[in-house]
Design a protein around this ligand. Structure first.
Ligand SMILES: Nc1nc2c(ncn2[C@@H]2O[C@H](COP(=O)(O)OP(=O)(O)OP(=O)(O)O)[C@@H](O)[C@H]2O)c(=O)[nH]1
Ligand SMILES: [Mg+2]
Length: 629
């Protein structure tokens, strides 16, 4: 054992730590995932990571190293809140956190001209450093010849090639970390190159290094230029975008039938089995009416959610998204949103929480706030079960020309969310905070064939999150709701279903006064209460409430036919309209509080969304009734 190692042993914890620093979209997170086995989000556009994440990597000799993934930064002069995180962290200025022991500067080997500037800036900090020359595979394909030894000599630190999308693409980096760790305690801070921070001089230095260490291929015609003439065309581009989104919603309905039927049949079978094998009593009712009808009713929507995410992941990894942002920039500019808002808003289709966090890539505070305020109007995946349930019950399975009518309706609901977000943003900027339109500056990544590994991991992650919600918060709320719906038990000689005499029944009747004008019955009114915590709970809650209100015999084995018979079309449409707007997600409000650092904005958000929801449901209900619904 070397003396250096003994030295390290003697001050064992905290672990030796390295931070991954580099330009946006150079593959830091992909590398982080490889090194630590984490599953952080990787996607082909700038600004995916907005928070620092820590993990541990095991070196080949068994020692552990702490690895920190950071948001990408173009330079050490931060322009946006996410870049700020990076700078503060590597300088050790974040409260309660020590600066990393070494920096791994991750660079995109195919874009050294831009990436090396940051490396030179990092170098000036004088900290132990090594360079991971990532995307070595793509560089080789492009015919780029990089003399690693020369580059290392020029930069004055170790340089290793990595391929963050291959399972063994990080081995050289691991080996280098091991070497560096062995000498860590004996190495003084790296010697400083006399490089000035002035941008022009940095650029000159980069050019000099490139000339010495890199042989550019003779004219490389990027194939994405040819695709872009179509995809970014002002007319064809929009048509392609509309077609892509449209196809996704078609697929959500037409592909999901088979697996959904299978899950439904499984749940129904399980319910029958429990009913047959358990004595009648509260426990059986809890299992069948509470858990299976409630949480099981939500589980059915797993296939649709996975299909939606399959497409979102494909789009994210292909490099298409920033291009769509450019296409829509003008449109978004007219309502006062920045083109940079596109990706946060698109992420909000999955869930408003990462969407709101992604607004950290927007430098202008007013633009950022406007984006945060409208993010919950994007249809998050938790609304999908509610939409799907109501559409399944009220919209006939029919095709209109080439299209599936249900898919069409779903598409319409998503469009309603987007259009109202635009309208609210417009009003918001008009009434409250004017800021001038700023043209969009966004890096266009090269197109990439989406990696299977990333896709599979991403889907597994979504499934895990959904199942955890079903098994966690949804399950817990269902049990509470079952309890509230079953007790107190009905008095002797009561005739109606037991739930009418319970606490929940009583609550539902009271709330119905508020909701009657928009056409909600007492069952819906009850379901909205636990649905406040998380949207899809409302579906489970309806399952439980209806299972318990079907007195005795007619146990609702599936919710769809029950509501198809019991509700008017006007009620169903009104509930859909309510769901397009209502702020039924406590976690979203909590994140808004955190990101804006004040209670003012989440409260304002909740208020305006409730008013909007009530108004929209009211109008929808009245108009549908008037039309004879
Ligand atoms: N072919 C190839 N693709 C890579 C490699 N490393 C990363 N990618 C892809 O590059 C894209 C960006 O990867 P990320 O890991 O999200 O990049 P990042 O540096 O964390 O980006 P930000 O978080 O936005 O700063 C993804 O589409 C990855 O699949 C590589 O070595 N080779
Ligand atoms: Mg990242």
């Amino acid at each position: 054992m070397s003396s250096a190692e003994q030295n390290l042993k003697s001050y064992a914890p905290p672990l030796w730590s390295v931070a991954l620093v580099g330009n946006p979209n150079c593959g830091k997170t992909a590398l982080f995932n490889l090194l630590t086995g984490a599953r952080q989000k990787v996607a082909n556009y700038a600004g995916v990571t907005v928070e620092r994440k820590a993990g541990q990597a095991r070196l080949r000799d068994g020692r552990l190293v702490s690895v920190i993934d950071l948001p990408g930064a173009y330079s050490l002069t931060p322009a946006t809140p996410d870049e700020q995180v990076t700078l503060e962290f590597i300088e050790g200025r974040r409260a309660g956190e020590a600066a990393p022991d070494a920096i791994v500067a991750v660079v995109d080997a195919t874009n050294l001209r831009m990436n090396l500037r940051l490396v030179l800036e990092l170098k000036r900090l004088g900290r132990p450093m090594l360079v991971a020359l990532n995307m070595a595979d793509v560089a080789r394909e492009q015919g780029l010849v990089i003399d690693v030894a020369k580059l290392s000599a020029e930069l004055g630190c170790a340089v290793v090639e990595t391929v963050a999308v291959k399972h063994d693409g990080h081995l050289r980096l691991l080996a280098q970390l091991e070497t560096q760790l062995a000498t860590a305690s004996s190495t003084p801070a790296a010697e400083l190159h006399a490089v000035s921070a002035a941008p022009a001089q940095l650029q000159q230095e980069v050019r000099r290094i490139l000339a010495a260490a890199v042989v550019q291929p003779a004219r490389f015609q990027r194939f994405h230029h040819r695709i872009d003439t179509w995809v970014m065309h002002p007319v064809w581009g929009l048509a392609i975008l509309a077609a892509v989104l449209f196809l996704i919603f078609q697929a959500v309905f037409s592909w999901a039938n088979l697996p959904m039927d299978a899950i439904k049949a499984g749940m129904a079978g399980l319910g029958e089995w429990v009913t047959a094998h358990m004595a009648e009593g509260p426990l059986r009712s809890l299992l069948v009416d509470g858990v299976l009808a409630g949480a099981g009713g939500v589980l059915v929507f797993l296939p649709q959610i996975l299909i939606l995410f399959f497409f979102i992941l494909l789009l994210e990894d292909s490099g298409y998204l920033p291009r769509a942002a450019f296409l829509l920039d003008r449109l978004m500019g007219t309502v006062g949103l920045s083109g940079r808002a596109f990706i946060p808003l698109l992420s909000s289709f999955a869930c408003a929480i990462p969407g709101i966090m992604a607004t950290r890539t927007i430098a202008n505070w007013r633009d950022r706030l406007a984006t945060i305020m409208v993010a919950p109007l994007m249809t998050c995946s938790a609304r999908l079960p509610v939409y799907a349930l109501l559409i399944g019950a009220f919209v006939p399975e029919r095709s209109v020309g080439w299209f599936n009518l249900r898919g069409l309706t779903l598409f319409g609901l998503y469009v309603a969310g987007v259009v109202s977000a635009m309208a609210v943003a417009w009003l918001f900027k008009r009434l409250w905070m004017k800021s001038r339109y700023q043209p969009l500056m966004l890096e266009l990544p090269p197109y990439r064939v989406p990696g299977l590994r990333n896709l599979v991991l991403g889907l597994a992650e979504r499934a895990r999150i959904f199942l955890r919600r079903v098994g966690g918060i949804i399950f817990a709320l269902m049990v509470v709701l079952w309890f509230l719906s079953s007790y107190p038990a009905p008095p002797e000689g009561a005739t109606g279903p037991a739930i009418q005499y319970s606490i929940a029944g009583w609550l539902g009747q009271a709330l119905q006064h508020v909701f009657a004008p928009i056409g909600f019955n007492w069952q819906i009114s009850i379901a909205l209460v636990p649905g406040l915590a998380a949207r899809e709970v409302a579906v489970g809650a309806l399952g439980t409430v209806y299972a318990l209100s079907a007195a005795g015999e007619g146990l609702a084995d599936s919710l769809t036919p029950v509501i198809a018979q019991g509700w008017s079309l006007a009620t169903a449409y009104s509930l859909l309209a309510w769901y397009v707007f209502a702020p039924q997600c406590i976690s979203t409000l909590a994140v808004v509080k955190r990101e804006t650092n004040s209670w003012r904005y989440p409260l304002l958000m909740a208020a305006y969304l409730f008013v909007l929801a009530y108004a929209a449901a009211f109008v929808t209900y009245r108009v549908t009734l008037w039309l004879g619904g």
